[in-house]
Design a protein around this ligand. Sequence first.
Ligand SMILES: *Cc1c(COP(=O)(O)O)cnc(C)c1O
Length: 428
Amino acid sequence: MQDLQLDTLCVQGGYTPGNGEPRQIPIVQSTTFRYESGEEMGKLFDLEAPGYFYTRLQNPTNDYVAAKICALEGGTAGMLTSSGQAANFFAMFNIAGCGDHIVASSSIYGGTFNLISVTMRRMGIDVTFVSPDCTDEELNAAFKDNTKLVFGETIANPALTVLDIEQFAKAAHAHGVPLIIDNTFATPVNCRPIQWGADIVTHSTTKYMDGHGVSVGGAIVDGGHFDWMAHKDKFPGLTTPDESYHGITYAEKFGLGGAFITKCTAQLMRDFGSIQSPQHAFYLNMGLESLHVRVARHCENGQAVAEFLAAHPKVTSVNYCGLPGDPYHERAMKYLPNGSCGVVSFELRGGREAASRFMNALKLAAIETHVADARTCCLNPATTTHRQMTDAQLKAAGVPAGLVRMSCGLEDKRDLIADIAQALDTID
Ligand SMILES: *Cc1c(COP(=O)(O)O)cnc(C)c1O
Protein backbone atom coordinates (compact mmCIF):
# COMPACT_ATOMS: atom_id res chain seq x y z
CA MET A 1 0.00 0.00 0.00
CA GLN A 2 3.07 2.24 0.01
CA ASP A 3 2.16 3.91 -3.32
CA LEU A 4 -1.14 5.37 -2.16
CA GLN A 5 -1.56 9.00 -1.12
CA LEU A 6 -1.33 9.72 2.59
CA ASP A 7 -5.03 10.57 2.93
CA THR A 8 -5.97 7.20 1.49
CA LEU A 9 -3.54 5.42 3.80
CA CYS A 10 -5.17 7.15 6.80
CA VAL A 11 -8.49 5.61 5.81
CA GLN A 12 -7.53 2.25 4.34
CA GLY A 13 -3.86 1.56 5.14
CA GLY A 14 -2.74 -1.52 7.05
CA TYR A 15 -5.78 -3.73 6.51
CA THR A 16 -7.20 -5.20 3.30
CA PRO A 17 -10.04 -7.61 4.03
CA GLY A 18 -10.50 -10.67 1.86
CA ASN A 19 -13.78 -11.78 0.35
CA GLY A 20 -16.52 -11.89 3.00
CA GLU A 21 -14.23 -10.65 5.77
CA PRO A 22 -15.09 -7.73 8.11
CA ARG A 23 -14.79 -4.29 6.45
CA GLN A 24 -13.67 -2.68 9.71
CA ILE A 25 -10.62 -4.16 11.43
CA PRO A 26 -11.71 -6.93 13.77
CA ILE A 27 -10.86 -6.63 17.47
CA VAL A 28 -9.11 -9.91 18.17
CA GLN A 29 -9.90 -9.98 21.88
CA SER A 30 -7.90 -13.08 22.66
CA THR A 31 -4.75 -13.45 24.71
CA THR A 32 -3.74 -16.63 22.95
CA PHE A 33 -3.95 -18.58 19.69
CA ARG A 34 -4.57 -22.28 19.01
CA TYR A 35 -2.27 -24.63 17.08
CA GLU A 36 -2.62 -28.20 15.78
CA SER A 37 0.87 -29.25 16.70
CA GLY A 38 3.61 -28.33 19.13
CA GLU A 39 6.09 -28.26 16.26
CA GLU A 40 4.18 -25.46 14.54
CA MET A 41 4.16 -23.38 17.69
CA GLY A 42 7.83 -24.14 18.24
CA LYS A 43 8.62 -22.52 14.90
CA LEU A 44 6.85 -19.34 16.05
CA PHE A 45 8.87 -19.29 19.26
CA ASP A 46 12.08 -19.62 17.25
CA LEU A 47 10.95 -16.78 14.93
CA GLU A 48 11.22 -19.35 12.12
CA ALA A 49 7.65 -18.71 10.93
CA PRO A 50 5.39 -15.65 11.22
CA GLY A 51 2.24 -16.03 13.31
CA TYR A 52 0.56 -15.32 16.61
CA PHE A 53 0.85 -17.18 19.86
CA TYR A 54 0.46 -14.69 22.71
CA THR A 55 -0.93 -11.13 22.60
CA ARG A 56 1.87 -9.66 24.74
CA LEU A 57 4.12 -10.24 21.72
CA GLN A 58 1.76 -9.71 18.82
CA ASN A 59 -1.95 -9.45 18.09
CA PRO A 60 -3.61 -9.09 14.66
CA THR A 61 -5.59 -5.94 15.59
CA ASN A 62 -2.45 -4.21 16.81
CA ASP A 63 -0.56 -5.33 13.73
CA TYR A 64 -3.15 -3.83 11.34
CA VAL A 65 -2.89 -0.48 13.11
CA ALA A 66 0.91 -0.60 13.38
CA ALA A 67 1.05 -1.36 9.64
CA LYS A 68 -1.09 1.71 8.94
CA ILE A 69 1.14 4.00 11.00
CA CYS A 70 4.20 2.42 9.35
CA ALA A 71 2.77 3.15 5.89
CA LEU A 72 1.92 6.73 6.92
CA GLU A 73 5.52 7.34 8.02
CA GLY A 74 6.96 5.56 4.97
CA GLY A 75 8.72 2.93 7.11
CA THR A 76 9.43 -0.77 6.73
CA ALA A 77 8.14 -2.10 10.09
CA GLY A 78 6.15 -0.77 13.02
CA MET A 79 4.79 -1.72 16.41
CA LEU A 80 2.34 -0.34 18.96
CA THR A 81 3.11 0.23 22.62
CA SER A 82 0.93 0.98 25.63
CA SER A 83 1.97 4.68 25.71
CA GLY A 84 4.23 7.25 24.13
CA GLN A 85 6.56 6.89 27.11
CA ALA A 86 6.92 3.16 26.39
CA ALA A 87 7.54 3.88 22.69
CA ASN A 88 10.38 6.30 23.38
CA PHE A 89 11.92 4.10 26.06
CA PHE A 90 11.77 0.99 23.85
CA ALA A 91 13.14 2.80 20.80
CA MET A 92 16.16 4.03 22.77
CA PHE A 93 16.74 0.99 25.01
CA ASN A 94 16.63 -1.30 21.96
CA ILE A 95 20.08 0.01 20.98
CA ALA A 96 21.51 1.72 24.09
CA GLY A 97 22.30 -0.02 27.37
CA CYS A 98 24.42 0.29 30.49
CA GLY A 99 27.71 2.02 29.69
CA ASP A 100 26.33 3.73 26.57
CA HIS A 101 25.64 7.37 25.82
CA ILE A 102 23.00 9.25 23.88
CA VAL A 103 22.74 12.75 22.43
CA ALA A 104 19.34 14.41 22.82
CA SER A 105 17.76 17.74 22.01
CA SER A 106 17.11 19.67 25.23
CA SER A 107 13.79 20.86 23.83
CA ILE A 108 11.63 17.77 24.32
CA TYR A 109 8.53 16.62 26.21
CA GLY A 110 8.98 16.80 30.00
CA GLY A 111 8.22 13.10 30.45
CA THR A 112 10.88 12.14 27.92
CA PHE A 113 13.35 14.58 29.48
CA ASN A 114 12.79 12.89 32.83
CA LEU A 115 13.03 9.40 31.29
CA ILE A 116 16.39 10.23 29.71
CA SER A 117 17.93 12.46 32.38
CA VAL A 118 16.86 10.51 35.48
CA THR A 119 15.58 6.99 34.84
CA MET A 120 17.85 5.98 31.96
CA ARG A 121 20.82 7.54 33.77
CA ARG A 122 19.99 5.26 36.71
CA MET A 123 20.25 2.36 34.24
CA GLY A 124 23.77 3.46 33.35
CA ILE A 125 22.96 5.31 30.12
CA ASP A 126 24.60 8.73 29.97
CA VAL A 127 23.20 11.69 28.05
CA THR A 128 24.39 14.97 26.58
CA PHE A 129 21.63 17.48 25.87
CA VAL A 130 22.09 19.95 23.02
CA SER A 131 20.04 22.97 22.04
CA PRO A 132 17.77 22.40 19.02
CA ASP A 133 19.43 25.56 17.67
CA CYS A 134 23.02 24.36 18.16
CA THR A 135 25.68 24.82 15.48
CA ASP A 136 27.17 21.82 13.65
CA GLU A 137 30.29 22.21 15.81
CA GLU A 138 28.31 22.14 19.05
CA LEU A 139 26.34 19.14 17.87
CA ASN A 140 29.39 17.17 16.76
CA ALA A 141 31.15 17.96 20.06
CA ALA A 142 28.35 16.20 21.97
CA PHE A 143 29.25 12.75 20.58
CA LYS A 144 31.44 10.24 22.43
CA ASP A 145 32.89 6.87 21.44
CA ASN A 146 30.02 5.14 23.24
CA THR A 147 27.22 7.27 21.73
CA LYS A 148 24.50 5.00 20.32
CA LEU A 149 21.76 7.33 19.10
CA VAL A 150 20.48 10.87 18.70
CA PHE A 151 17.00 11.88 19.85
CA GLY A 152 14.76 14.88 19.13
CA GLU A 153 11.17 16.01 18.47
CA THR A 154 9.95 17.44 15.14
CA ILE A 155 7.89 20.08 17.01
CA ALA A 156 8.76 20.05 20.70
CA ASN A 157 6.07 19.81 23.36
CA PRO A 158 5.62 22.33 24.99
CA ALA A 159 8.34 24.71 23.73
CA LEU A 160 7.10 24.50 20.08
CA THR A 161 10.65 24.65 18.74
CA VAL A 162 11.16 23.03 15.32
CA LEU A 163 14.11 20.66 14.87
CA ASP A 164 16.45 20.82 11.89
CA ILE A 165 16.02 17.11 11.18
CA GLU A 166 18.54 17.05 8.30
CA GLN A 167 21.22 18.68 10.47
CA PHE A 168 20.68 16.17 13.29
CA ALA A 169 20.51 13.19 10.86
CA LYS A 170 23.75 14.25 9.18
CA ALA A 171 25.59 14.49 12.50
CA ALA A 172 24.17 11.15 13.72
CA HIS A 173 25.16 9.35 10.52
CA ALA A 174 28.63 10.92 10.51
CA HIS A 175 29.11 9.25 13.91
CA GLY A 176 27.62 5.93 12.78
CA VAL A 177 24.43 6.10 14.86
CA PRO A 178 20.72 6.47 14.02
CA LEU A 179 18.46 9.47 14.59
CA ILE A 180 15.24 8.81 16.51
CA ILE A 181 12.50 11.41 16.01
CA ASP A 182 9.38 11.77 18.16
CA ASN A 183 6.88 12.98 15.55
CA THR A 184 3.86 13.27 17.88
CA PHE A 185 2.97 16.94 17.31
CA ALA A 186 3.57 17.11 13.55
CA THR A 187 2.09 13.68 12.70
CA PRO A 188 2.97 12.15 9.31
CA VAL A 189 0.28 14.37 7.79
CA ASN A 190 2.54 17.42 8.23
CA CYS A 191 6.03 15.89 8.35
CA ARG A 192 7.55 12.50 7.56
CA PRO A 193 10.94 12.56 9.32
CA ILE A 194 12.23 9.46 7.51
CA GLN A 195 12.20 11.46 4.26
CA TRP A 196 14.54 13.97 5.95
CA GLY A 197 17.02 11.34 7.14
CA ALA A 198 15.55 10.12 10.45
CA ASP A 199 15.97 6.39 11.02
CA ILE A 200 13.37 5.60 13.68
CA VAL A 201 10.13 7.52 14.33
CA THR A 202 8.12 7.37 17.56
CA HIS A 203 4.67 8.61 18.54
CA SER A 204 2.52 9.27 21.51
CA THR A 205 -0.64 8.17 19.70
CA THR A 206 -2.52 9.59 22.69
CA LYS A 207 -2.36 12.98 20.97
CA TYR A 208 -3.46 13.77 17.38
CA MET A 209 -3.50 10.17 16.15
CA ASP A 210 -6.18 9.23 18.67
CA GLY A 211 -7.33 12.84 18.65
CA HIS A 212 -10.40 12.44 20.83
CA GLY A 213 -8.86 12.10 24.28
CA VAL A 214 -9.91 8.44 24.41
CA SER A 215 -6.88 6.19 24.84
CA VAL A 216 -3.23 6.36 25.84
CA GLY A 217 -0.89 4.67 23.35
CA GLY A 218 2.37 4.78 21.44
CA ALA A 219 4.02 3.57 18.25
CA ILE A 220 7.50 2.96 16.83
CA VAL A 221 8.32 2.89 13.10
CA ASP A 222 11.62 1.83 11.53
CA GLY A 223 12.61 3.59 8.31
CA GLY A 224 14.68 0.55 7.35
CA HIS A 225 17.66 2.58 6.09
CA PHE A 226 20.14 2.30 8.95
CA ASP A 227 22.81 -0.31 8.22
CA TRP A 228 23.47 -1.96 11.60
CA MET A 229 26.01 -4.37 10.11
CA ALA A 230 28.11 -1.44 8.83
CA HIS A 231 28.53 -0.47 12.51
CA LYS A 232 28.71 -3.99 13.85
CA ASP A 233 30.67 -3.21 17.01
CA LYS A 234 28.36 -0.40 18.11
CA PHE A 235 25.17 -2.46 18.04
CA PRO A 236 25.99 -5.98 19.26
CA GLY A 237 22.36 -6.54 20.24
CA LEU A 238 21.42 -6.46 16.55
CA THR A 239 24.61 -7.77 14.95
CA THR A 240 25.60 -10.72 17.18
CA PRO A 241 23.58 -13.81 18.16
CA ASP A 242 20.79 -13.36 20.74
CA GLU A 243 21.21 -16.31 23.09
CA SER A 244 17.73 -15.70 24.51
CA TYR A 245 16.42 -16.41 21.00
CA HIS A 246 18.37 -19.50 20.01
CA GLY A 247 21.30 -17.60 18.59
CA ILE A 248 19.37 -15.45 16.07
CA THR A 249 21.31 -12.46 14.72
CA TYR A 250 18.54 -9.95 14.04
CA ALA A 251 20.37 -7.83 11.45
CA GLU A 252 21.25 -10.94 9.43
CA LYS A 253 17.95 -12.76 9.67
CA PHE A 254 15.57 -9.81 9.31
CA GLY A 255 17.71 -7.38 7.30
CA LEU A 256 17.69 -3.58 7.27
CA GLY A 257 13.91 -3.35 7.15
CA GLY A 258 12.96 -5.76 9.93
CA ALA A 259 15.78 -6.14 12.45
CA PHE A 260 15.01 -3.20 14.75
CA ILE A 261 11.30 -3.86 15.25
CA THR A 262 11.73 -7.65 15.48
CA LYS A 263 14.31 -7.27 18.25
CA CYS A 264 12.18 -4.64 19.99
CA THR A 265 9.18 -7.00 19.97
CA ALA A 266 11.03 -10.23 20.68
CA GLN A 267 13.13 -8.86 23.56
CA LEU A 268 11.67 -5.67 24.99
CA MET A 269 7.96 -6.39 24.60
CA ARG A 270 8.59 -9.93 25.79
CA ASP A 271 10.42 -8.72 28.90
CA PHE A 272 8.74 -5.39 29.75
CA GLY A 273 5.27 -6.18 28.41
CA SER A 274 4.04 -2.65 27.62
CA ILE A 275 1.58 -3.88 25.01
CA GLN A 276 -1.40 -1.88 23.79
CA SER A 277 -4.71 -3.71 24.19
CA PRO A 278 -6.48 -4.70 20.93
CA GLN A 279 -9.49 -2.63 22.06
CA HIS A 280 -7.30 0.47 22.33
CA ALA A 281 -5.70 -0.26 18.97
CA PHE A 282 -9.22 -0.29 17.50
CA TYR A 283 -9.98 3.13 19.03
CA LEU A 284 -6.66 4.41 17.71
CA ASN A 285 -7.57 3.24 14.22
CA MET A 286 -10.84 5.16 14.41
CA GLY A 287 -8.78 8.28 15.07
CA LEU A 288 -6.36 7.51 12.24
CA GLU A 289 -9.19 7.21 9.73
CA SER A 290 -9.81 10.97 10.03
CA LEU A 291 -6.28 12.13 10.95
CA HIS A 292 -5.66 13.93 7.65
CA VAL A 293 -8.99 15.79 7.88
CA ARG A 294 -8.60 16.72 11.55
CA VAL A 295 -4.96 17.83 11.45
CA ALA A 296 -5.74 20.37 8.72
CA ARG A 297 -8.51 21.89 10.89
CA HIS A 298 -6.32 21.90 14.03
CA CYS A 299 -3.71 23.86 12.03
CA GLU A 300 -6.27 26.27 10.57
CA ASN A 301 -7.57 27.02 14.08
CA GLY A 302 -4.06 27.24 15.54
CA GLN A 303 -3.02 29.72 12.85
CA ALA A 304 -6.14 31.89 13.32
CA VAL A 305 -5.80 31.95 17.12
CA ALA A 306 -2.06 32.72 16.89
CA GLU A 307 -2.71 35.61 14.49
CA PHE A 308 -5.45 37.01 16.74
CA LEU A 309 -3.26 36.80 19.84
CA ALA A 310 -0.23 38.32 18.09
CA ALA A 311 -2.28 41.45 17.32
CA HIS A 312 -3.75 41.79 20.84
CA PRO A 313 -2.34 44.51 23.16
CA LYS A 314 -2.59 42.36 26.31
CA VAL A 315 -0.41 39.63 24.77
CA THR A 316 3.36 40.21 24.90
CA SER A 317 4.49 37.26 22.77
CA VAL A 318 3.15 34.29 20.81
CA ASN A 319 5.00 31.07 19.97
CA TYR A 320 3.67 29.52 16.77
CA CYS A 321 5.92 28.60 13.86
CA GLY A 322 3.14 29.45 11.40
CA LEU A 323 3.61 33.16 12.24
CA PRO A 324 6.09 34.88 9.90
CA GLY A 325 7.90 36.53 12.84
CA ASP A 326 8.42 33.28 14.77
CA PRO A 327 12.07 32.19 15.20
CA TYR A 328 11.15 28.77 13.75
CA HIS A 329 9.10 30.05 10.81
CA GLU A 330 11.81 29.47 8.23
CA ARG A 331 12.48 25.92 9.44
CA ALA A 332 8.76 25.27 9.50
CA MET A 333 8.47 26.39 5.86
CA LYS A 334 10.95 23.63 4.99
CA TYR A 335 9.78 20.79 7.23
CA LEU A 336 6.11 21.70 7.77
CA PRO A 337 4.97 23.46 4.59
CA ASN A 338 1.32 22.43 5.07
CA GLY A 339 1.04 23.49 8.71
CA SER A 340 2.50 22.55 12.08
CA CYS A 341 -0.06 21.69 14.77
CA GLY A 342 -2.90 23.21 16.79
CA VAL A 343 -0.84 24.09 19.84
CA VAL A 344 -0.06 27.78 20.44
CA SER A 345 1.64 29.27 23.47
CA PHE A 346 1.58 32.93 24.49
CA GLU A 347 2.52 35.23 27.32
CA LEU A 348 0.14 37.68 28.93
CA ARG A 349 1.30 41.13 29.98
CA GLY A 350 -0.12 40.65 33.48
CA GLY A 351 1.96 37.56 34.32
CA ARG A 352 0.83 34.68 36.53
CA GLU A 353 -2.33 36.36 37.95
CA ALA A 354 -3.49 37.47 34.51
CA ALA A 355 -2.93 33.97 33.11
CA SER A 356 -4.93 32.47 35.94
CA ARG A 357 -7.83 34.93 35.57
CA PHE A 358 -7.79 34.63 31.79
CA MET A 359 -8.05 30.85 31.87
CA ASN A 360 -10.79 30.85 34.50
CA ALA A 361 -12.81 33.20 32.28
CA LEU A 362 -12.65 30.93 29.21
CA LYS A 363 -15.92 29.18 28.45
CA LEU A 364 -15.09 26.85 25.53
CA ALA A 365 -11.46 26.09 26.30
CA ALA A 366 -11.13 23.83 29.32
CA ILE A 367 -8.20 23.78 31.74
CA GLU A 368 -6.56 20.38 31.18
CA THR A 369 -3.21 18.62 31.27
CA HIS A 370 -3.61 17.49 27.68
CA VAL A 371 -3.08 18.60 24.11
CA ALA A 372 -4.14 17.55 20.63
CA ASP A 373 -7.74 16.83 21.51
CA ALA A 374 -10.86 17.60 19.46
CA ARG A 375 -11.87 19.98 22.27
CA THR A 376 -9.81 23.12 22.87
CA CYS A 377 -7.91 23.08 26.15
CA CYS A 378 -5.29 25.19 27.89
CA LEU A 379 -2.77 25.13 30.69
CA ASN A 380 -0.67 27.66 32.60
CA PRO A 381 2.56 25.77 33.36
CA ALA A 382 3.49 28.22 36.17
CA THR A 383 0.45 27.30 38.26
CA THR A 384 0.27 23.61 37.30
CA THR A 385 3.03 21.43 35.79
CA HIS A 386 5.83 23.81 36.87
CA ARG A 387 4.22 25.23 40.05
CA GLN A 388 7.17 24.38 42.33
CA MET A 389 9.36 26.91 40.45
CA THR A 390 9.84 30.58 41.32
CA ASP A 391 9.25 33.28 38.67
CA ALA A 392 13.03 33.55 38.13
CA GLN A 393 13.43 29.79 37.69
CA LEU A 394 10.48 29.73 35.30
CA LYS A 395 12.04 32.43 33.17
CA ALA A 396 15.36 30.55 33.02
CA ALA A 397 13.51 27.39 31.93
CA GLY A 398 11.85 29.30 29.09
CA VAL A 399 8.42 29.00 30.72
CA PRO A 400 7.52 32.55 31.85
CA ALA A 401 4.94 32.79 34.65
CA GLY A 402 2.35 34.35 32.36
CA LEU A 403 2.71 31.70 29.64
CA VAL A 404 -0.45 29.92 28.53
CA ARG A 405 -0.34 26.84 26.31
CA MET A 406 -3.49 26.46 24.27
CA SER A 407 -4.29 23.39 22.19
CA CYS A 408 -6.80 24.46 19.55
CA GLY A 409 -9.41 21.81 18.89
CA LEU A 410 -11.81 21.26 16.02
CA GLU A 411 -14.44 23.88 16.93
CA ASP A 412 -15.26 26.85 14.66
CA LYS A 413 -12.36 29.32 14.91
CA ARG A 414 -14.77 32.27 15.22
CA ASP A 415 -16.12 30.79 18.45
CA LEU A 416 -12.63 30.10 19.79
CA ILE A 417 -11.48 33.65 19.05
CA ALA A 418 -14.64 35.15 20.57
CA ASP A 419 -14.07 33.08 23.72
CA ILE A 420 -10.42 34.20 23.95
CA ALA A 421 -11.41 37.83 23.30
CA GLN A 422 -14.00 37.90 26.10
CA ALA A 423 -11.55 36.23 28.51
CA LEU A 424 -8.85 38.81 27.63
CA ASP A 425 -11.40 41.56 28.35
CA THR A 426 -11.61 40.39 31.96
CA ILE A 427 -7.91 41.04 32.67
CA ASP A 428 -5.86 44.24 32.91
C1 LIG B 1 2.55 13.12 25.44
C2 LIG B 1 3.86 12.95 24.79
C3 LIG B 1 4.69 11.85 25.09
C4 LIG B 1 4.29 10.81 26.11
O1 LIG B 1 3.23 10.06 25.63
P1 LIG B 1 2.16 9.29 26.57
O2 LIG B 1 1.28 8.67 25.56
O3 LIG B 1 1.51 10.30 27.44
O4 LIG B 1 2.94 8.28 27.35
C5 LIG B 1 5.88 11.73 24.40
N1 LIG B 1 6.27 12.64 23.51
C6 LIG B 1 5.51 13.72 23.21
C7 LIG B 1 6.00 14.71 22.20
C8 LIG B 1 4.28 13.92 23.83
O5 LIG B 1 3.55 14.99 23.54
